[in-house]
Design a protein around this ligand. Structure first.
Ligand code: 5GP
Ligand code: ZN
Length: 114
């Protein structure tokens, strides 16, 4: 996926403000934050999104979810609360076709989900 923006971030070709990294995942601040804390968590391996998970190891998906709590703790929002979002497809306004989870918090969030 040479042309994928987030693959470019994983390869270090596009700069990012990383907050967590391990061998499988990378978490970095969103360039256009929608909350006081807004971090994106991505698998380093390219996956299109939530609808492209057939055959993906459960362990990778579990790591992504666990990383959300880890990032929230690093950002100091684990106690105050946070929201985990993954937009999938056009109706959800997914703009980058590489699986990612938004961790949003640092202020009271809207009660509206859509
Ligand atoms: P989506 O709209 O696909 O759910 O989320 C994509 C997110 O990626 C958006 O919130 C957008 O601000 C963020 N984004 C787009 N380009 C870049 C970039 O070059 N660097 C970073 N850090 N975030 C980006
Ligand atoms: Zn990618």
């Amino acid at each position: 996926m040479d042309e994928c923006l987030f693959c470019g971030i994983v390869r270090g070709e596009v700069p990012c403000d990383a907050v967590y990294e391990d061998e499988a995942l990378l978490a970095f601040r969103d360039i256009n934050p929608q909350a006081d804390r807004h971090v994106l968590i991505i698998p380093k391996r390219h996956l299109d999104g939530l609808c492209g998970l057939e055959g993906v190891e459960d362990s990778l998906l579990a790591r992504l979810l666990r990383a959300a709590a880890l990032v929230a703790k690093k950002e100091g929002i684990d106690k105050s609360g946070f929201r985990l979002v993954s937009n999938c497809g056009p109706d959800a306004c997914q703009s980058v076709p590489h699986l990612h989870f938004h961790v949003l918090g640092g202020r009271p969030l809207s009660g509206q989900m859509g």
